[in-house]
Design a protein around this ligand. Structure first.
Ligand code: WT7
Length: 653
């Protein structure tokens, strides 16, 4: 593990001065109202965490009650064992008996501008039809299904249909390449792939089906591909293997019951980057996941039946699972879903959507906020944003300047901001303000939620004093935690439960201030956070060395005003290959093609050699400094050849 970035802690100290208590009007009506109310919840959660989560579990509909709240043998947890429920039934069926029956479940807007509304009753019907269609294709309980769709209601329908029959979905972000898709399909052993003829993004059609055709060529587990007609793009149809979504559902039955599933039945696998090797298939299961995503949706977003709730994440990321689909639908919310790019066709598209649909809760990423900030105040100012009452952020630390802009320009000074810290692995928000109860400090995710035992510790697991940097850990299991890495339980244990004895290690560095507020300092492993998404330096490096011209490569993050971190890659070339601007471009494209556009390096630097230790390890710490354009500080005595460093610094264009 790398030492914590020292300069960041200093930065953080400067940030913490100002406090923003929740606006009085908000506090009055809030679900958790005032600091004392949070303190009471906090005390309940600390005193009897299992009892706390058991109470939360009672808010769901169970087919069979649980026998034990928690069975825990480090590092394996079983929550609510003996119990049975169905996630889709909790998100849909149980809302049909009351006033939510004809309430909008999903209000969708496509990038070209069309809109569609699905009530709970209509969404339920679509999910039932598609669940039957999957069964007709031979999908059974426990089978894996890959979903590679744009942000259309069918993405939620496909997820819920899997959940309804107990199939395990693995959503792959539509921006990932055919190769990334293939690796994920193969790792999960998916039987069926669900895709579309295309999706709209920045005014163009993303040809998803082509990528699926490419991926499935070397994915022997796949027996069927379902294709949704979204863009009317011409696609190749492989007779016998490919099926149009609308044809399948036209002949499917609408009354398949939801399958009662064990609390620990697998719900989904979602791949995320780790510091070494291939992406990890994070496995989430049924009951605990839903209990905690529902609880956090209700309380962190102070959700009401009258809200129009918009989480802007794509379903390809965990935020899209927990806070577009499962959490909000379990709460009976009206969820807004938007297909396209944030500034398409104009920079005020988001604000136009807020105005048109009277969005009241908006949950987005700091990187988007910074981009809007840069685009200019006139865009939000030109729209009526008075429907907004609560704002949220997730994905990376938010810089105080962006926080204040979000509060003032978007929230009109009247909306609390919830800065929510969590991870693909945690399944649900763990550290966050409760909007009517927690005074905010811009840049801090504030406090662990009730029932969550997070702390900042040293390598031995000892809490560090207030103000000192340390490792962010969670001491006790929480209901929505990952259960393992698909097919690699050893890696699960080694990655999360072995680095700091007996605790879950998040991979983040953090600091607590004297009020107990958490300040996330960023990843301490070789993982980058680009625009709120995790990328492994290893994956980028293996993509680069896969190019015939490259001998060696090292990818590091450098601070970037918009993305948070941008990818900078140092590359040495094979004998006979010469550096050129064209080759740089080619290498950038090469990475984008191998992994996806999100991994495309912002910068490629050619070097004659990379700085290494005497034992041959690349000294990334030095490369990070060089990439950031900073003077290299700290110990360089282990550096094998000092001239390498000098040459790199000279090469700054
Ligand atoms: C990593 C998790 C959880 C959904 C989005 C990303 C960083 C996340 C915050 C925040 C500071 C944050 C952490 C974390 N992160 N939220 N509010 N403040 N950092 O999911 O790809 O699993 O990444 O994102 O470094 O470990 P992910």
């Amino acid at each position: 593990m790398d030492p914590l970035p020292a300069e960041k802690s200093i930065d953080v100290l400067l940030k913490e001065k100002r406090r923003y208590p929740p606006p009085a009007a908000f506090v009055k009506a809030a679900r958790v109202s005032g600091p004392a109310a949070r303190a009471r919840l906090q005390a309940r959660g600390a005193k009897a965490p299992e009892k706390f989560w058991e109470d939360a579990a009672r808010e769901l509909s169970w087919d069979k009650p649980w026998r034990r709240v928690l069975e825990w043998k480090v590092p394996h947890a079983r929550w609510f064992s003996g119990g049975k429920l169905n996630v889709a039934a909790n998100c849909l069926d149980r809302h049909l008996d009351g006033p939510r029956r004809h309430k909008a479940a999903i209000i969708w807007e496509g990038e070209p501008g069309e809109t569609r509304t699905l009530t709970y009753l209509q969404l339920h019907r679509e999910v039932c039809l598609f669940a039957s269609a999957l069964k007709d294709l031979g999908v059974a309980k426990g089978d894996r299904v890959a979903i590679y769709l744009p942000m259309v209601p069918e993405a939620a329908i496909a997820m819920l249909a899997c959940a309804r029959i107990g199939a395990v979905h693995g959503v792959v972000f539509g921006g990932f390449s055919a190769e990334s898709l293939r690796d994920r399909i193969n790792d999960a052993g998916a039987k069926v792939v669900i895709t579309a003829d295309g999706g709209w993004r920045k005014g163009a059609v993303v040809r998803l089906k082509d990528a699926v055709d490419e991926a499935v060529k070397s994915a022997p587990s796949v027996t069927a591909v379902v294709v949704l007609k979204r863009t009317n793009t011409d696609v190749a149809i492989h007779e016998g293997r490919d099926h149009w979504w609308h044809r399948l559902t036209a002949k499917a039955s609408a009354d398949g019951p939801a399958e009662p599933l064990d609390s620990e039945h697998p719900l989904f696998i979602l791949y995320t980057s780790g510091s070494t090797g291939k992406p990890k298939g994070v496995l989430h299961t049924t009951a605990g996941y839903l209990v905690q995503t529902a609880w956090t949706t209700k309380n962190v977003f102070d959700l009401r039946d009258t809200d129009v709730y918009w989480c802007t994440a794509d379903v390809g990321w965990v935020t899209g699972h927990s806070y577009v689909v499962y959490g909000p639908l379990a709460c009976g919310a009206t969820v807004l879903m938007y297909e396209g790019a944030p500034m398409q066709p104009r920079p005020d598209r988001f604000w136009e959507i807020v105005e048109r649909h009277r969005v009241s809760v908006l949950y987005t990423a700091p990187t988007a906020i910074r981009a809007f900030m840069k685009a200019g105040d006139e865009h939000p100012r030109g729209r009526d944003l008075s429907s907004l009452r609560l704002l949220g952020t997730v994905g990376e630390p938010i810089n105080p300047e962006a926080w204040r802009w979000y509060r003032d320009v978007i929230g009109g000074g009247r909306c609390p901001i919830v800065d929510t810290w969590w991870q693909t692995e945690t399944g649900a928000i763990l550290i966050s303000p409760l909007p009517g109860a927690t005074p905010a400090k811009p840049g801090s995710a504030t406090l662990p939620l009730p029932g969550v035992d997070a702390d900042v510790v040293d390598k031995a697991g000892k809490p560090v004093p207030p103000g000192s940097g340390g490792y962010l850990v969670v001491r006790r299991p929480w209901p929505a935690m990952l259960r393992t890495i698909w097919g690699d339980d050893e890696r699960y244990q080694a990655q999360y439960w072995s680095q700091i004895p007996g605790m879950y290690f998040t991979g983040d560095g953090a600091r607590k201030d004297k009020d107990g507020y958490f300040w996330i300092l960023g990843r301490i492993d070789d993982v980058l956070n680009v625009a709120g998404h995790r990328l492994s330096t290893m994956e980028i490096e293996s993509a680069l060395v896969g190019h015939p011209a490259v001998a060696e490569a090292a990818a590091v993050g450098r601070p970037d005003e918009l993305l948070g971190q941008a990818v900078a890659a140092f590359v040495t070339l094979k004998g006979g290959r010469l550096p050129s601007p064209e080759l740089k471009e080619e290498l950038r494209e090469h990475v984008a093609k191998a992994i996806g556009a999100i991994a495309r390096p912002s910068e490629i630097r050619f070097a004659d050699a990379l700085p290494k230790t005497r034992s041959g390890k690349i000294m990334r710490r030095l490369l990070r400094e060089v990439a950031a354009g900073r003077a290299v500080q700290g110990d360089v005595t282990t550096l094998e050849d000092l001239t390498v460093l000098a040459a790199l610094q000279k090469d700054e264009e």
